[in-house]
Write a protein that binds this ligand. Structure first.
Ligand code: FE2
Ligand code: FE2
Length: 485
């Protein structure tokens, strides 16, 4: 069954082109030119998404939003608002905030490509929505050769590829740079024979899919990983590997949004190296597997923290390969102490904990240190970072409320990457939005050495603009003359 979308826009020609494109993407579409008809449609049918131009009249967009908040309870449509440049007040952020409070999920500002609207809605689809919207067919379509730039593709090892009965997105093999064969089309019945054939007869090692389908990959594999982790049948190497793949694609997805691609690519390489290092050292690998069995989501968190920490360190002149690798190792294990906490504590978010729960939770850096203390492959510097990853520059951290220069620079970098990752994931923000959020909250910014924060901003594509628009804190004069340990 196709997903239903309601398009509300006074501009009929826009509606016609949008209607055409949505249908091409297999949605079922209703179009209306005013708010009143929109409300009637919503009373009579359920929609996956409602896309409304803010300039709509008779009833206004605000009235329609209010109506939705009052009337539409038994299902939860995604709401996309389209703004014209002149609808924005002096402060775009405030308009954003107000609309989000009224239940708006996404805001697009005209002019934009219609395809962007499709992408935005895809981001909101769960696995069942994606499957529902697939044009399912029996058997497989013919293979097609295509010429397309390598930038459009992301790859996965053929052995690590899993699929539902129907293929969720187009799958390719690469012939040479810029030339690919589509071997499975989205909606095809999955054929493991076809894949085996490519692997065994033609020696194909990697499968490729479009970067725009990465969200689907992540959603599906994340769902798969959760199921796999509950099953005792799958061995722990395989589980770890699945998690690593999801985490990696998750990271790729996060960098496209405004972070400098080169820095992130280097960071990705560092994650890969540190993973290989862990895999090659049985005591570490065992630790990682236990940790991941204990809390699967911790794995992609650790990956993100590793990525962002590496990106920040690379901005400093005093960086070295050993330093980056040490920090990366610390990042992978920074929250390992949580394994020793009672499980029920971890089900509560720190901000919702009562005093005694919080006191218990805040033991995790020390517990982490205990776990790795006797491991000889882990250096003292790594152990210290694990111990200090919640110490903050203003002295508000734990376990020892260390302040300023008494905190290791690398530990302060990890704590910044840690908080940044939490903000992105928990609030579903793009990196640049998460940065703005941090800058808007001085109590967060003072947790870090301003020198580190400054370097962190340089990881973004347009750091000059961020710095101009937001006053940076000045909490230190530090330019470390000695090397951080
Ligand atoms: Fe932590
Ligand atoms: Fe953490």
């Amino acid at each position: 069954m196709a997903l239903r979308v309601l398009l509300i826009d006074p501009d009929e020609s826009w509606l016609t082109s949008a209607d055409e494109l949505f249908k091409k993407h297999l949605y079922a579409v209703d179009t209306v030119t005013n708010g009143k008809d929109a409300q009637i449609k919503m009373m009579n049918g359920k929609y996956f998404a409602v896309v409304m131009n803010y300039a709509v009249k008779n009833h206004t967009a605000n009235q329609v939003l209010k109506f939705m908040n009052r009337m539409v309870h038994d299902y939860d449509p995604r709401v996309v608002i389209i703004l014209e440049e002149e609808d924005l007040g002096d402060d775009d952020d405030r308009t954003d905030e107000r609309l989000k409070k009224e239940g708006v999920d996404e805001i697009l500002i005209k002019p934009f490509e219609l395809e962007d609207l499709i992408t935005v809605l895809e981001g909101h689809q769960g696995i069942s929505d994606i499957v529902n919207n697939l044009p399912k067919r029996k058997g497989q379509s013919d293979e097609v050769e295509v010429d397309m730039s390598d930038d459009n593709f992301t790859k996965i090892k053929i052995d690590d590829f899993y699929s539902l009965k129907s293929v969720l997105y187009d799958i390719y093999v690469r012939l040479k740079s810029g030339r690919y064969i589509k071997i499975l089309h989205s909606g095809d019945e999955f054929s493991s024979e076809r894949l085996d054939n490519y692997k065994n007869e033609k020696g194909v090692e990697y499968l490729y899919f479009h970067v725009k389908d990465r969200k689907k990959y992540i959603k599906f594999n994340d769902h798969l990983v959760k199921k796999a982790l509950k099953s005792n049948k799958m061995d722990s190497h395989k589980k770890t590997n699945m998690l690593k793949n999801v985490a990696e694609k998750f990271m790729e997805e996060s960098f496209v949004e405004g972070l400098k691609p080169v820095i992130i690519e280097q960071g990705r390489q560092i994650c890969e190296n540190v993973y290989n290092l862990i895999e090659g050292e049985e005591s570490l690998y065992k630790l990682l597997r236990n940790y991941q069995d204990f809390d699967p989501s911790a794995f992609s968190h650790a990956y993100l923290v590793t990525l962002f920490s590496s990106a920040i360190i690379m901005q400093f002149e005093w960086q070295s390969k050993t330093m980056i690798e040490n920090t990366a190792l610390a990042c992978m294990f920074h929250d390992i102490g949580k394994m020793k906490l009672p499980k029920d504590i971890l089900e509560v978010r720190p901000e919702d904990m009562n005093e005694s729960q919080l006191a218990e939770y805040q033991k995790h850096p020390e517990l982490g240190l205990e776990i790795v203390q006797d491991n000889r492959t882990i250096t003292t510097a790594v152990k210290q970072i694990i111990h200090q990853h919640h110490e903050y520059f203003d002295g508000s951290g734990y376990p020892n409320a260390l302040k300023g220069q008494s905190i290791l620079t690398l530990a302060n970098i990890v704590s910044l990457a840690d908080i940044f990752s939490h903000i992105i994931v928990e609030n579903n923000l793009k990196p640049i939005e998460a940065l703005k959020f941090m800058l808007g909250n001085p109590e967060v910014v003072v947790k870090f050495n301003s020198m580190i924060f400054e370097k962190f901003i340089n990881v973004f594509v347009d750091p000059g603009k961020v710095k101009k628009n937001h006053a940076l804190p000045s909490n230190s004069r530090m330019v470390s003359s000695k090397k951080a340990s």
